[in-house]
Unconditional design. Structure first.
Length: 416
């Protein structure tokens, strides 16, 4: 079994990496082949120069993503079958002999730290080279590393208790430890959804109440009509880090908030903002958030149940380059390798997400003006340099939103 797992893992790792590279190169070729002509549906509103900027921005981002994917695959191979995790484990065994939970936490944190260190140069390059080149970056290196430190602090404060709870349950809670951990994990996620808007998000961005009274009144009328109650309407200082624009709902239950990027408010008129908000309300009315939470709980239930079985199988460890069985090693191996085995599900999940977007668009067309939503989307495509001509197959694998031409075409049907 160990040899079968090793061969299967190597095969899938190589195959998924090659598929990513193939899809990325297809995407680049397709975008560049349409670079010199704006699609007819957008020709009146998007200049050729803006279309070419989007094509080049997409190309640069995709090239960087392909290099990053290749490096991540190499790192994963080194950590697993290359003996990296085994070496990390031996180092901490020599330093901490008896306390398995503490040693396990240090092994897992070390593995995650190595992965983060590999990812950091790519994030820095994207921010200060790619985004800077196309005029999107507003961050300074000091702000970049300040955010990194804040994220690390928040991650430790929130993640450490869950990690220690997991290791403690794995060690002493018996056969059904995974079920107890699933309950704790589910409650933790619901708690995070409730407290994130009020206590965590302000740690990174500044949120101020929406001051435009006319716009506020229009939005509140729409919220009332759609039966949506929120904690308030807020403007986020997105312009401090990027010129990209967006709007979203955050929170859960009574802590729900409507948040607008300040960049979005600067670009769209009140009619367009109302249409964008109606789209977001469509997600709420179709229970997309609740369905995603339920799906996350279901997947985590199956995953933890599977881990509960795998941790007792010697071949699971030896097949992935680890010679000594331990609870913490089972956990870190499972976290690292499961994305490789789940890669095939990406187009299914992307398709489901695009279905949700179409449903939200349909709702927006009924409760606002579809033409205003079209106009808002066209501005966002243009200003965010989103490609209008993605490769269909690449889009099917990765895109959570429908391609621009298809989305606009469906919306246009509501205006006729």
């Amino acid at each position: 079994m160990a040899q079968t797992l090793t061969i299967t893992f190597i095969t899938l790792l190589v195959a998924t990496t090659l598929v990513r590279i193939w899809l990325g190169n297809r995407h680049i070729a397709h975008v560049q082949s349409h670079r010199n002509q704006v699609p007819n549906a957008f020709s009146e509103n998007i200049a050729l120069e803006a279309h070419q900027k989007a094509a080049d921005y997409t190309t640069d981002k995709t090239k960087l993503a392909l290099i990053e994917a290749s490096m991540q695959a190499i790192l994963l191979a080194v950590l697993t079958i290359g003996g990296g995790l085994q070496w990390i484990d031996e180092v901490w065994r020599n330093l901490i002999i008896d306390h398995e939970i503490a040693r396990g936490a240090l092994v897992i944190v070390s593995a995650m730290l190595v992965s983060s260190v590999i990812d950091l140069p790519f994030e820095y390059y994207k921010t200060f080279v790619v985004d800077e080149k196309f005029g999107f970056n507003k961050m300074t290196p000091a702000m970049f590393f300040s955010d990194l430190i804040k994220q690390s602090v928040v991650g430790i404060i929130l993640g450490a208790p869950i990690l220690f709870a997991a290791l403690w349950l794995m060690q002493g809670a018996g056969q059904y430890w995974w079920l107890y951990l699933w309950v704790i994990w589910s409650v933790f996620n619901l708690l995070m959804l409730a407290i994130y808007p009020t206590f965590i998000a302000p740690f990174f961005n500044k949120f101020t109440p929406l001051e435009d009274q006319n716009l506020k009144q229009r939005i509140e009328i729409l919220l009332t009509k759609c039966g949506f109650k929120s904690q308030g309407l807020f403007v986020m200082d997105g312009s401090a880090r990027s010129s990209h624009g967006n709007a979203y709902f955050t929170g859960f239950g009574a802590s729900k908030r409507v948040v607008f990027f300040d960049t979005l408010l600067d670009r769209l008129n009140p009619d367009e903002i109302e249409a964008v908000l109606a789209h977001e309300l469509g997600h709420f009315k179709h229970h997309h958030v609740i369905k995603r939470i339920a799906m996350m709980f279901f997947v985590s239930f199956l995953g933890l149940a599977l881990l509960g079985w795998l941790m007792n199988q010697p071949w699971f460890y030896s097949g992935l380059g680890v010679s000594q069985m331990s609870n913490y090693m089972a956990l870190v191996l499972f976290l690292l390798v499961s994305p490789v085995f789940l890669f095939i599900l990406r187009p299914i999940m992307a398709s489901y997400s695009r279905k949700n977007e179409f449903e939200a668009d349909s709702y927006a067309a009924k409760h606002a003006n579809a033409q205003y939503l079209i106009e808002a989307l066209v501005k966002l495509y243009r200003d965010n340099a989103s490609t209008l001509t993605p490769d269909p197959l690449h889009s099917a694998f990765y895109d959570s939103h429908p391609p621009a031409s298809i989305r606009i075409s469906k919306l246009a049907a509501y205006t006729s």
